[in-house]
Design a protein around this ligand. Structure first.
Ligand code: DP6
Length: 331
């Protein structure tokens, strides 16, 4: 086969992945729980060729660190899939801003892993695909599955027990997400670098690790009980604890802008006014707001009216990575 295309959605962690136990294999220091999105999508077309750029975005060659990272990953995954002699190349298209704290690397690396497997004719299941995607970008492990997803920390040195699994499919509990984009353009510090710096220098990092297991357990129970209030409260607390580790790093890392706080405040006001909504923030200034599908219009309207909010994106939950052409590796 000459190539294959896959499409994956970004995901948003409600209990965050923050810190690694092994940088080489990209093994997380903690487990995490996320929702996969239906409307923030990336496609990856993987082909083979002896020459030419390895990594393109919308047909345009990518250079620098991002290109080196992708080329390294393509060689690694070809080797793992038993196609080490193939020189894989990828062209990705994201329907949303890349590198801006919108989990683009999760969607891009997940789609690339799936398209690579399809392109070389590998036969693997989704659990295996999740472990392969993880090596490209940790959060990509979760985008393999739809709906509500948990990525396990695992304890094995080889990482074979550190992949994601689905907790609930979309149809079992469809919620919605509204993203307040408060800054266009790339974020100042990539999450990978921030995570490394914070884990090495923040005195609050050990406390973060210690508290995570309890959050994971509470979140699993809240999801199983479809307790929206508990899910939202836990997501806010976990996000704030993650960001506390960044403020305490030496030197500190600030992902927030003044408008980030204004959006958080607006979400609290919405709640006070009877509109249940909860925020979470990743390694960037954008604010992601969880609400029920019936409340999307009201939440989106309130956020769009805040000075400094550039744009508001809406999404439902998606059903995980798909192969658009080529043979489906996990059938
Ligand atoms: C803050 O998955 O981008 O969004 O594994 O180094 O590629 P690498 O990191 P990445 O980190 C995401 C961190 C986060 C929290 C989360 O998505 O769980």
């Amino acid at each position: 086969m000459s190539g294959a295309t896959a499409r994956a959605g970004a995901n948003v962690a409600l209990v965050k992945y923050w810190g690694k136990r092994d940088e080489e294999r990209n093994l997380p220091a903690v487990g995490s729980i996320s929702i996969t999105l239906s409307d923030l999508l990336a496609t990856a077309r993987v082909g083979m060729g002896k020459e030419g750029p390895r990594f393109r975005s919308h047909g345009v060659p990518v250079s620098g660190v991002a290109a080196d990272r992708m080329a390294h990953y393509l060689d690694w995954i070809a080797g793992r899939l038993g196609a080490g002699a193939e020189r894989l190349c990828v062209d990705v298209e994201a329907g949303f801003p890349v590198g801006a704290g919108l989990a683009s690397s999760a969607a891009i690396y997940c789609a690339t892993a799936a398209a690579s497997a399809a392109a070389v004719g590998a036969s693997i299941d989704r659990a295996e695909l999740s472990r392969l995607a993880r090596v490209g970008s940790g959060s990509a492990a979760r985008s393999v599955f739809g709906g509500w997803v948990e990525w396990h920390r695992g304890t094995r040195e080889d990482g074979e027990d550190s992949g994601a699994e689905q907790l609930l499919p979309v149809a079992d509990w469809p919620v919605a997400l509204v993203v307040a984009v408060v800054h266009d353009g790339p974020k100042e510090v990539p999450s990978r670098d921030a995570m490394r710096h914070v884990s090495r220098t923040s005195p609050l990092y050990d406390g973060w690790i210690e508290a995570q297991e309890e959050d994971l357990e509470s979140m699993r129970s809240a999801i199983a009980a479809r307790d929206f209030g508990a899910v939202g409260r836990l997501a806010e607390e976990n996000c704030l604890r993650m960001h506390a580790t960044t403020f305490a790093a030496r030197p500190p890392v600030f992902f927030w802008l003044p408008v980030t706080l204004a959006v958080m405040q607006a979400v609290r006001q919405l709640r006070a006014d009877g509109c249940e909504a909860y925020f979470t923030i990743d390694a960037g200034p954008q604010v992601k707001v969880l609400c029920s599908p019936e409340r999307v219009d009201r939440v989106a309207g309130a956020l769009a009216g805040i000075p400094g909010v550039v744009r508001v994106l809406r999404s439902g939950l998606g059903s995980g990575v798909e192969i658009l052409d080529g043979s489906v590796p996990w059938k």
